[in-house]
Ligand binder design. Structure first.
Ligand SMILES: *Cc1c(COP(=O)(O)O)cnc(C)c1O
Length: 419
């Protein structure tokens, strides 16, 4: 159905109802002023042009009001995080009560494990994917050690089968069937950062809950990319960063989800600070700790407004476009990318990401036989920004917000000549 010509790619761009969004982003350029072909929105999303004005508003109000900005600013800082909640909840398929923006991803994972990793002497193990992102692995290992367990003995890896790249849900089922009595927690990446595989979150939750294991999902590569329906999945908790597909700037704050079923459980162990104390009495400063219901009950500190302003700028764009339209374009864009790569006449290339659009987001992980990092370097010299993972994988994420069909076409044309 697709065609491998520049004309055809440009035609798809003309028909694309979201094509105008690209002009609302700063696209990095080379010295001659040509746009880079940017395929690393899975690592750091590009900057929306309106971000500057959102941050400037808060700088102006800080200049104008000082501390009074907490109440007098156009967007008062005291409840500022609440301005992000509804849009963020929609993006991950949650109720507003279940979501808050705070801290950074790995910090949130730790705070969530304080509450949801409650090991006993016999039920203490944690399951992760063998290709889990290093930060998640280190976080989990350190939690095991913190509770006095051996990190090696306590960690169970869900691995692809010999000779395969992708995870099979039956294999997780087998692990939990056989060892569930020893497993306290499954902490799984909703979309795997390496292969781009989008796992069936609801199924993972069923498998975990059948053996009384808590289930947490890392959505770093999911938020703003796929529509995970967190509430309906029944997952206990989740966390994600906002600087990848959510375009909120380097090191920006993260999202946290705690399912409604835990929202009013004041007995859950958790760390505390003044920001998860009851809003009504927070400034009386003398009350005994009274935890807030819902995800807000995991906050500790008053949050950085400048970073939240950048998140707001981006979420307002998502709110306007909607995940449904983004997903529809994304499937087409990545489908076209896949088609073009499969047209290349070589046996050196293999896409390891699932070909079923329901089992992936926008990223394709392309394995290139007998390649080394010099291929990545040559791509970069040709203005093509991708991510290289040893030993031989290029991760490319055409993002529906700002990548075009022409970007994808040009990328594959260059890749062909470099092979
Ligand atoms: C990007 C990413 C991280 C990064 O963690 P930070 O705490 O934001 O530095 C962690 N886990 C996964 C799965 C990621 O994709």
């Amino acid at each position: 159905m697709y065609k491998s010509t520049l004309d055809y790619a440009q035609q798809l761009d003309k028909e694309d109802k979201l094509a105008h969004l690209r002009a609302q982003f700063h696209i990095p350029k080379d010295k001659e002023g040509n746009d880079w072909l940017y395929f690393t929105g899975n690592s750091l999303g590009l900057q929306p042009k309106q971000t500057q004005q959102y941050i400037q508003q808060e700088l102006d109000d800080w200049a104008k009001y000082g501390v009074e900005g907490h109440f007098e600013a156009r967007n008062p800082w005291m409840p500022y995080h609440e301005f992000l909640t509804n849009s963020m909840a929609k993006i991950v398929g949650a109720k507003p009560l279940e979501v808050v923006v705070m801290n950074t991803l790995t910090t949130n994972l730790h705070l969530l494990m304080v509450s949801f990793y409650q090991p006993t002497k016999t039920k203490y193990k944690i399951v992760i994917e063998s290709d889990a992102f290093p930060s998640d692995r280190y976080a989990v290992q350190s939690q095991l050690k913190f509770h006095g367990f051996d990190a090696e003995d306590g960690l169970i890896e869900w691995k692809p089968r010999e000779g395969e790249e992708l995870l099979r849900i039956e294999d997780l089922e087998k692990i939990v069937d056989e060892q569930g009595d020893e497993i306290a927690l499954l902490l799984i990446g909703g979309v795997n950062y390496y292969t781009g595989q989008y796992l069936d979150i609801k199924r993972i939750v069923e498998i975990g809950h059948a053996k009384n294991c808590m289930v947490g999902i890392d959505l770093a590569h999911g938020a703003g990319n796929i529509s995970p329906e967190l509430h309906d999945s029944g997952v206990d908790f989740a966390a994600w960063c906002t600087y990848k597909y959510l375009n909120s700037g380097p090191g920006s704050l993260a999202g946290l989800f705690v399912h409604e079923k835990h929202a009013h459980n004041k007995e859950l162990p958790r760390f505390a600070g003044w920001w998860n104390h009851n809003k009504e009495t927070r400034f009386n400063m003398r009350q005994p700790f009274d935890v807030m219901p819902g995800a807000e009950g995991w906050q500790l500190s008053n949050p950085p407004i400048l970073s939240m302003a950048a998140i707001r700028a981006s979420l307002d764009m998502f709110e306007e476009v909607g995940m449904e339209a983004l997903r529809a374009k994304s499937e087409k864009l990545t489908g076209y990318f896949e088609y073009l790569i499969n047209q290349i006449d070589t046996d050196r290339i293999k896409i390891i990401t699932p070909s079923n659009p329901k089992e992936r987001g926008c990223q394709l992980s392309i394995q290139v036989k007998n390649a080394d990092k010099s291929l990545h370097k040559k791509l970069t010299e040709n203005n093509i920004i991708t991510d290289w993972r040893e030993p031989d994988v290029i991760r490319c994420a055409p993002v529906p917000m700002y990548n075009s069909f022409e970007d994808v076409y040009r990328m594959v044309e260059t890749l062909k000549t470099l092979l």
